[in-house]
Write a protein that binds this ligand. Structure first.
Ligand code: F6R
Length: 366
């Protein structure tokens, strides 16, 4: 069942090129430069006339929601808010008929997300679902939606569900951006070209496994870790920290890199590993100066950089290279090394990787 892999999580990490390709299938028609999504086409006026999009989700799916916020605002210029479903449903939120509410859920059964969907419906909003499990409660309860085609995800720690959620939102944002002309034809076509390369780029990136394993061996006994990223990669930092916490039980926090000086910098000493996403387009110089601040406090830096990087390589203790792509698409790549890192640390610590303590795959109680 595990296809020769020791754990479902590792198998699912390696399935990502195929899962993303499956999520593209029938939707991204690269040769014709078209994105076909009937759930968007049939409801185009609702999306384009929306006052705002409100995304509700929990956990890893909430992190995908944050990436979606950056994608939709950047590409389609529609205001987006991202909410924890558990907060949204209980805080007497303002929801109108001009809002589009999008629920994200791998399982489609998360109690808080389902309750948020029902609340939004009762207020007259158009409710759209991004689920992985076909026919799940959230998929049935929403007005329309798009499935991720990740296939069954068995490891409790979400991996391929996350990257396929981001894939769906990239397609959605591109389609809306093209429809309302926020994106030029040239920009749209360039994104399609670069998106098409992603599955192969992930395949190549997965070859760094041994390198990541050697980094895992160095930091497996850390008691605290920090993950930093900016822009599109801020949510990836949050997700990196969550992955480490849930399967290795090492305390980790994700932060937008520039927030470091507003508190977490006080934690930094020679025992603190700091994982920094420093790809070449996303506020690179600013991240480099964040790295220098860490270095001058003796923190250990493990940086995820773009292939061919020179500047960060000189100051970081370890670097992990990702292939070059557009900034907006980098989360699909930068996520991968963090998944592998958490996996290897958990294995080295002899944790129950696929079924971490206290966690359930589907949280059907609040
Ligand atoms: C993290 C993880 C959880 C889920 C969360 C939402 O690896 O698996 O944080 O992401 O419980 O689950 P879904 O997406 O099924 O609603």
């Amino acid at each position: 069942e595990k296809g020769g892999y020791e754990h479902f999580m590792l198998k699912e990490i390696h399935e990502q090129p195929k899962a993303i390709t499956d999520t593209f299938r029938g939707r991204m028609l690269a040769e014709e430069n078209i994105i076909k999504m009937s759930s968007i086409e049939d409801n185009l006026d609702k999306f384009l006339n929306a006052d705002r999009v409100i995304i509700v989700a929990c956990g890893t799916s909430w992190h995908a929601g944050l990436v979606a916020e950056y994608l939709i605002e950047d590409m389609a210029r529609i205001p987006v808010e991202v909410e924890y479903a558990s907060e949204f449903r209980y805080r007497n939120p303002i929801i109108t008929e001009k809002d589009v509410v999008i629920a994200i859920s791998q399982s489609g059964e998360t109690a808080d997300t389902l309750a948020a969907v029902k609340l939004a419906k009762s207020k007259g909003a158009f409710v759209y679902g991004v689920c992985n499990v076909v026919g799940s409660s959230i998929a049935r309860e929403t007005h329309s939606g798009a499935y991720t085609h990740a296939g069954p995800e068995i490891g409790v720690a979400s991996t391929k569900a996350f990257t396929t959620q981001i894939t769906v939102f990239t397609l959605l944002a591109l389609k809306l951006g093209k429809a309302n002309k926020s994106l030029s034809d040239v920009a749209f076509e360039n994104y399609i070209k670069k998106m098409q390369l992603i599955p192969k780029q992930i395949e190549k990136l997965l070859e760094i496994d041994e390198h990541v394993k050697s980094i895992a061996a160095v930091y497996k006994d850390a008691t605290n870790c920090l993950y930093l990223g900016r822009g599109f990669n801020f949510p990836v930092a949050l997700e990196g920290a969550l992955k480490l916490k849930e399967i290795s039980y090492i305390h980790a926090e994700g932060y937008p890199a520039a927030e470091m000086k507003h508190g977490p910098i006080a934690l930094i000493d020679e025992n603190m590993p700091i994982f920094v996403i420093a790809t070449n387009k996303g506020h690179y110089e600013k991240v480099v100066s964040n790295i220098q601040e860490i270095k001058s406090r003796a923190g250990k830096i493990i940086a995820v950089v773009t292939e061919g990087d020179i500047q960060v390589k000189e100051i970081a203790d370890h670097v992990i290279e990702i292939p070059d792509t557009e900034e907006a698409l980098t989360p699909l790549l930068t996520t991968i090394p963090f998944q592998l890192l958490s996996y290897h640390i958990a294995v080295l610590l002899d944790r129950n990787v696929d079924q971490p303590r206290n966690l359930a795959k589907s949280v059907t109680v609040e």
